[in-house]
Design a binder for this molecule. Structure first.
Ligand SMILES: O=c1[nH]c(=O)c2[nH]c(=O)[nH]c2[nH]1
Length: 330
């Protein structure tokens, strides 16, 4: 039966890298989970088993660790850009690279008294980034985001006036708990331009680091948008999300979602699109009547499932919708 190879990519998933930067007795920590996927001229390995174009996934893993040593990790985005550019510009057979990164945050234990090298894992959100570089047109796509940013408003939320059918039993409420684990991805307008200096062709331990070739980044320096300050952009975006959640008097989680997205688009010029998946973490009032007690919005049961799942994209006017609908795929 005739068959053809469809879209394919390969890489090393979940390279866990912890980079310590020593500044005298003060240490800084970056803790990432990096997944690399490459695609390009890979028909032969699938059809005939020739590995001539196949850079081993083991090499990708090594590259992650060597780049962490040599360049440090200024931000997940910058690290991902450096890796994606290296793979695409370093080898003719690789046409496209996608680098996904999760970053786990650590906070200093201030009162440790043991020097500045003790940390406690921050229990808040996980920061994520996905960098895609297409060598054919030199286009970069940087999507940043976060998962599991858990937030709760203990009042200022209603849900009423909803559609009803024969199966509707939900009571209207003018005062409920609104809680969610924010999962959001935002796409930066930046698509190339002032990429940091090329590293392909430099030497590592006396050996050539890349397989030659390369040339510069995807787009000539100076063209296009300035590259954002990724860390500043992340912190500001997170802060706008939190403030919009807190400041919106909510008529539904859908409305709150839209306000959160619109606030980011309004305040952050570098972001064109933001997508959310917000579980509605229901809190139900406990019936304390059997005990002769009134429950004046004081005692709730936090249900873990089922949960409502509210998903939407908010776009700058004229921007294209490019973040995939399923956020677990980004
Ligand atoms: O904010 C909400 N949106 C809904 O669509 C919905 N549906 C539901 O049962 N409760 C809620 N709450």
């Amino acid at each position: 039966m005739p068959t053809t190879l469809g879209f394919n990519q390969y890489g090393k998933a979940e390279n866990r890298v912890v980079r310590i930067t020593r500044d005298g007795g003060t240490h800084h920590i970056k803790d990432l989970n990096v997944s690399v996927s490459l695609s390009g001229d890979m028909a032969d390995v699938h059809y005939s088993g020739s590995n001539a174009h196949v850079l081993p996934t083991d090499t990708m893993k090594n590259t992650v660790y060597v780049f962490a040593k040599e360049h440090g990790i200024a931000s997940a985005e910058e690290f991902g850009i450096r890796l994606a550019r290296h793979f695409v510009t370093g080898r003719d057979a690789i046409h496209r690279a996608r680098v996904r990164i999760e970053e786990y945050a650590w906070e200093r234990i201030a009162a440790a008294g043991e020097g500045e090298h003790s940390f406690v894992r921050r229990g808040q959100e996980t920061r994520v980034a996905q960098i895609t570089f297409d060598g054919a047109d030199g286009a970069w796509e940087v999507i940043s985001g976060l998962t599991d940013l858990t937030v709760l408003n203990s009042t200022g939320s209603e849900f009423r006036g909803f559609a009803r059918d024969a199966y509707t039993t939900l009571a209207e409420t003018r005062d409920r708990i609104l809680a969610t684990d924010v999962s959001a991805r935002w796409r930066h307008r930046w698509t190339g331009g002032d990429v940091p200096p090329e590293t392909v062709g430099r030497t590592v331990g006396g050996r050539a680091a890349g397989a030659g070739g390369g040339g510069g980044a995807g787009s000539p320096a100076g063209e296009g948008e300035a590259m954002p300050d990724w860390n500043e952009s992340y912190e500001q975006t997170k802060s706008h999300l939190l403030r919009a959640f807190a400041e919106t008097y909510s008529l539904s989680l859908q409305q709150t979602l839209y306000r959160m997205g619109a606030r980011v688009i309004d305040h952050r010029a570098e972001i064109d699109e933001i997508r959310f998946a917000l579980p509605n973490k229901h809190h139900f009032l406990v019936d304390l009547g059997p005990f002769g007690l009134k429950n004046d919005n004081e005692v709730y049961v936090a249900a873990d499932r089922p949960y409502g799942l509210i998903e939407a994209t908010v776009l700058r006017d004229g921007a294209e919708q490019r973040i995939p609908p399923d956020l677990t795929a980004v």
